[in-house]
Design a protein around this ligand. Sequence first.
Ligand code: ADP
Ligand code: ZN
Length: 731
Amino acid sequence: MSGQDFFHQGDRVAVLTAQPLDRLLDYRAPEGGCFRGAFVEVPLGPRKVLGVIWGNGGGDFDSAKLRSVIRVLDVAPMREEMRQFLGKAGDYTLTPMHAMLRLATRAPGLSDPPSMRKILRLGDNPPERMTDARTKVLAVMEEFGGLAFTSRELAEMADVTPSVVKGLVKQGALREEETPRDLPYPHLDPDLPSKDLTQDQAAAAAALAEGVQSGAYGTTLLKGVTGSGKTEVYLEAVAACLRKGRQALVLLPEIALTAEFLKRVEQRFGATPAEWHSGATMTERRRVWRMVGQGNAQLVIGARSALFLPFRDLGLIIVDEEHDGSYKQDEGVLYNARDMAVLRAAMCSAQVVLASATPSLETWANAEAGKYKRVDLTARFGTAVLPQMRAVDMRAEDLAPATWISPTLKQAMRLRMERGEQSLLFLNRRGFAPVTICRACGSQVACDHCDARMVEHRFMKRLMCHQCGETKPVPETCPSCQVEGKMAPVGPGIERLGEEAAALFPQARIAVLSSDLFGSARALKARIEDIAAGEADIILGTQLVAKGHNFPLLTLVGVIDADLGLQGSDLRAGERSFQLMRQVAGRAGRAERAGEALMQTFQPEHPVIRAILSGDEEKFWRAEAEQRRQAGVPPFGRMAGIILSGSDLAQVFDLGNALARNDGPLRQVGAQLFGPAPAPIARVRGRHRVRLLIKADKGVPLQEALARWTAPFKMKGDLRLNIDIDPQNFF
Ligand code: ADP
Ligand code: ZN
């Protein structure tokens, strides 16, 4: 980017807004002028909208009609590196700039003046008449008077009614004062004592700290089995970053953002860091956004979108559980936060640490190729050892119909019950039963709007579509053949497994953990903490239990269907299954008691199952990498998915065929086009879905070719075209 950095009143400036327009808008700089990057309010038609001064105005818009920027907002201007990051991330994901700006301004009230709140100070007039309640209030003020309390907080702390505080204000014993609501975050002290690291851990921490001290860009894979102390180690990298006076960001999958984790950070640095996630209140969000921009938040713990916060001087990004699928945003702007973290760090000379027990193949390959450094932690901390892993060959087990817990697994669970330890049964299927079938005609209940079967949720007493969320009652009569009383659930879901476990162990306390059984993420997290404290004997969980929770009493993991992830045409099926099984198994034996993991499978000789059992991870990755190299697929080749959707199937296919016929720009770069074909889930929410897949060699300018290819096609009616670079899901 070139051009001047300050614009005088009346100069022509180009402004980027978050409005869905395909260009910058020209305005005149406001009274007092403005810097490039300033957040401003501009008139657009009858409205006032948020924008950023992007550069010199140069449009051919009639200068006589140019309107003026209304005002410059009282927030830190967008930094040059942030503008570059948004531009590059937008180019990479083929996302228009207005949508990128929207991502970067996801905090409410940015145009509002800094909001104030009333706090209390000790006044000059002692109260005429003392009461016990008044004495308590004044005692709190004496002790903590340096801190700022609102009257409600003060009443709470002194354990009196608000009217007592009000009375003291009236008398002048307390006085009200206005202060800005968005206060800086408390100072974090990197020099508080850390835990005594083991030799391995200390070496790993030193390697990461060295990167941070260099002040240059670099990415490191921190690989270590669950419980090896990755968190302890990367917190030392955070400490090094804070010592340098730069800011740090720790990204976690949303569900791993627990109170337990924040407590650990607080213990290390003596105060709580800023938090950014979907559960944060609007006020918290605004405070984080503003304070990060002013440099008054040293550390942010956040979910994926925290990457777009306006850090003033970002020196370190940790991506914990870097393989986690939730880093890929699958709606709106399709970006992978792990990859964008690397891009952002490169723009601002920061370090990235990708932490995982089971890295993605992409990251593993980047480390192999020397693009990333790699640091390994091989042992679990303390006496904890990795669980014994064994396959349960289901062909040799004797199971009653409609039951899924094998005698071998049951025996192992009984042993845990006797010892007062916990067992975890893992099944990645929500609901009671995946299929509801009519035993008279054999037809299955499907969603009316999607190409998907309805899943019975007994807890809600309804059938539910996992694509669109539509529900309906479980029918008494078959919708197809009208025969009554023949509808039956087929197959296991986590709720049904809960019934089976309860029947086997009537005296056990059973906890079912499935995201849909909890009203909020907070409620779920609270439940997980209770369980960790020992309030369950048998835990049943879907995918979400695989993520970073610590259950000290857990010594047995039973994987109900280890074959589940191996089916399907997804190129990452093997990798995902491998990661998930190892993560789940890693839940067992994290404290001093040894753990065991039993995997129920009908194909114990499958290469992925064998790799999981053997524990030879490098061998698995090498084999998996070799297969992908030969197929020329990521990370050794490039891929992009195109999803076309619309309510009229013929129209959607016509568009797909037209795209396929006019693929000149793709052929010019040697890219191959597959499709159009119905997407694996061919209808969602009443919209038909057709997909095309593009494969190209690693070095080709694919985005540019895709943009040239798709640009001439105008979307008629409700037709939509979405481009997914590096698709992770093929649904
Ligand atoms: P990971 O992130 O690799 O799963 P953690 O950092 O969470 O591992 O460590 C696992 C457990 O062991 C945690 O309870 C942690 O506090 C403890 N731990 C790890 N290293 C040490 C150490 N050097 N001293 C004391 N406790 C440790
Ligand atoms: Zn549906």
